[in-house]
Every structure is written in structure tokens, then in C-alpha cells.
Write a protein of this length. Sequence first.
Length: 111
Amino acid sequence: YTNIGDSTFGDYLTILIYPQESNNFTYHNPENYKDGTEISYSKNSDEIKINFKGKSLTHILKIYSLQKPNEILLDNNKLNENIDWNYKSEVNKIIIRTSNYEQGNYHITFN
């Protein structure tokens, strides 16, 4: 047990992001190393953009943030607070749970 989730995180890959200006990395499934997913992000004072490219992943994003987002979009569709995402101020984390997506483009705004 990694202690980064709870019992509801079961079949989801949990991805921790501590955003700086920008970064990218590739996740490879340990069972099939050929199928990778590139995950990239960029951040400024008003927004965070996160992009998935490659094999689709059922995932939970845990994003360090001192602020609660104003809005979160996934592939230009608004995600619902307390259903698709929540903000835990006690640990400064945005938590987004995603089962499926078309392109994997998140846009998180703060103002």
C-alpha cells in the first residue's frame, strides 16, 4: 500500500504532480513496456494545463496547489466539483478522478 490513496483508488493509476513552470514524463505499463503515455504540464499564476498523449489511462491526478481552482475542463468539457474533482485544503491537493477521456487535455483555472 502506497498510502497516497484510499480504498476507492483501486483500479486507477494515481499520478502526483507538484507543478513548477513545466515538465513532462512518460508512464510505461510494467506489463507492456511498449505502450507509453506521455504526461506533460505547464503552469503560470492563473492556470495549469495537463496533457496526456498516447495510451489512455484510467487515472487519479493529485495536484499540489495552494489555491482551490475556479474551474477544471477536460477536453473542453467542464468537470463537476465534488463529483469529478475536489480540493482538499488540509493537504493543498486538487484531486481529479478520470475513467475515460477523448484527448486528455486538462485546463485548470484559478481566477
